[in-house]
Design a protein around this ligand. Structure first.
Ligand code: BT5
Length: 198
């Protein structure tokens, strides 16, 4: 495991490392979310880690399940990759894949959170130990097992949602997760895009 005090992003350090590596930092100067969004956490207040893993088609969902299991009761999943505590975002997952490997970044707020977000209020290193064990378990699990557990931990299924796609948006009921991890909203398969719980 590579531990750093300050990095641009743990993803940037992890990208150059072999499968099996883990990068943990106390602070990121350019932490990122999906679609070039920023991930912000004051120094020493969050779990900020990147796991270098073998490519895996359901990695984003498997990592979400692993992170929710590591956080414990009360943390639920919003499709595709948010961790929610009492309906507020407590963590996020960013998967950046190449053909041969995937860098899975996980950020969880521990002792600070931006306005409107949540924090877990737990120490980092025991959480990191649980997260490493859960990532190992869920990356080996069958796709069916990942999806079954994701359904149980989901805060999205059954809800009215708004789906924002490039160039259009629609509302409907989030009915299920398909075999490829896609969200099914009123019969429409959503593979990418932002979902808002209504
Ligand atoms: C995510 O993106 O939720 C994925 C976040 C992944 C962060 C980890 S930290 C370790 C690794 N290294 C990195 O550089 N990244 C990963 P997305 O779904 O795009 O959500 C981003 C949005 O969440 C932002 O636009 C803000 O609105 C919000 N946000 C930013 N910081 C937050 C925080 N600490 N807590 C809750 N929400 C936050």
């Amino acid at each position: 495991m590579v531990r750093r005090r300050s990095v641009t992003s743990t993803q940037d350090v992890a990208r150059a490392l072999p499968i099996g590596s883990i990068v943990v930092a106390d602070h990121q100067t350019k932490g990122r979310g999906r679609l070039d969004r920023r991930w912000e956490a004051p120094p020493g207040t969050a779990l900020l880690a990147s796991f270098v893993l073998a490519a895996h088609p359901l990695l984003s969902l498997a990592a979400g399940v692993a992170a929710a299991e590591a956080c414990g009761a009360g943390v639920r999943l919003k499709w595709p990759n948010d961790l929610l505590l009492n309906g507020r975002k407590v963590g996020g997952i960013l998967v950046e894949a190449t053909r041969e490997k995937a860098v899975c970044g996980i950020g969880i707020n521990l002792s600070s959170a931006p306005a409107g977000a949540a924090m877990l209020g737990e120490p980092r290193d025991p959480l990191l130990d649980r997260l490493m064990a859960q990532i190992d378990t869920w990356c080996r699990a069958s796709p069916e097992a990942v999806i079954a557990r994701w359904r149980e931990l989901s805060d999205t299924l059954g809800r009215q949602v708004r789906v924002d796609l490039p160039g259009r948006a629609f509302e409907g009921q989030a009915q299920d997760i398909g075999p490829g991890g896609e969200l099914i909203v009123d019969g429409v398969r959503v593979v990418a895009g932002s979902v808002t719980h209504l």
